[in-house]
Design a binder for this molecule. Structure first.
Ligand SMILES: [Fe+2]
Length: 289
């Protein structure tokens, strides 16, 4: 049996008796799946693992996405996406400083195949900053009025990497006024409200930068709606903040939580993380009323 120790926050739990260095048996995988949906974020501290072990463990949970971008993948390990400021260059969607907007998202929401879960492993972390915030989208949905829930259930959101490009540009320019990117990337349309395939619980599903529009709405209106929704959905009461130690591995449920990186000193400190991404298997469709 896996041992669960909840955090002080509304989501998140630590699991201390599972070694990611070993391939989990079917019972353990089932327990992890259940705990993942129940707590949204699972923290496995003090894991001393190789890239191969990380891939083997993650593969037991589901099919892995391969990293398309050569610059962001670990040499010889296409399954591992490298995040941070060590190696080939900076891969980060953290704001440049505390004044700038966070980039809340669910991994691969803008890809044809979304990510069901992600596993992030800390190789090197700065002493200060570079935390990851997680916000629970069940609480976000439950916290809306019945009328707002009804409105949200009908909305289809447009997601694109253009929104991320635009976010990175805004970081340089210090301008945080617009949400619409230049739309040079492919767009993916998904409902704003989804039901968790394991439990039927409803949650919001969007990002505040990667979501660039709402079907049938003009850009300005959509931008305003998304800003307003983010303020509600990602409020502190719905969050767990993970302050990383080296060798932490954190697994999260992209069906239930959004996440965002916080700033760190990219010039003078080192942050190196490995991520594996477990593919979504369930259809993401509008709720049949
Ligand atoms: Fe992410």
């Amino acid at each position: 049996m896996i041992e669960i120790e909840t955090t002080e926050s509304v989501i998140g739990a630590r699991v201390r008796n599972v070694s990611l260095g070993q391939i989990p048996d079917l019972d353990t995988v089932k327990e992890i799946d259940i705990a993942l949906e129940r707590y949204g974020v699972l923290i496995f501290p003090e894991q001393d693992i190789t890239p191969r072990q990380m891939i083997n463990f993650s593969s037991a949970l589901g099919d892995l996405e391969l990293t398309e971008l050569e610059a962001a993948r670990l040499p010889d390990f296409k399954e591992i996406f490298v995040v941070g400021n060590v190696g080939k260059g900076l891969v980060s969607f953290s704001p440049a400083n505390e004044e700038q907007e966070l980039e809340w998202h669910s991994d691969h929401i803008h890809h044809e195949i979304a990510a069901r879960a992600s596993l992030l492993y800390a190789k090197e972390v700065p002493d200060v900053g570079g935390d990851t915030l997680f916000a629970c989208m069940y609480y976000a949905y439950d916290g809306l009025t019945v009328a707002e829930q009804q409105t949200c259930r009908k909305l289809e959101m447009i997601h694109s990497a253009s929104g991320l490009d635009h976010y990175l540009e805004k970081q340089k320019l210090g301008d945080s006024n617009s949400l619409s990117g230049n739309r040079k990337h492919k767009e993916v349309v998904r409902p704003l409200v989804r039901e968790h395939p394991e439990t039927g619980r409803r949650g919001l599903y969007f990002g505040n930068q990667v979501t660039i529009g709402i079907v049938g709405w003009d850009d300005a209106e959509a931008g305003e709606f998304i800003r307003h929704l983010t303020k509600h959905a990602c409020q502190e009461a719905f969050q767990y903040r993970h302050q990383w130690s080296a060798q932490d591995a954190v697994l999260w449920d992209n069906r239930r939580v959004l996440h965002a990186g916080t700033p760190y000193d990219v010039e003078n400190t080192r942050r190196l993380m490995h991520r594996t991404t477990i593919r979504e298997t369930a259809p993401i469709t509008l709720i049949d009323e």
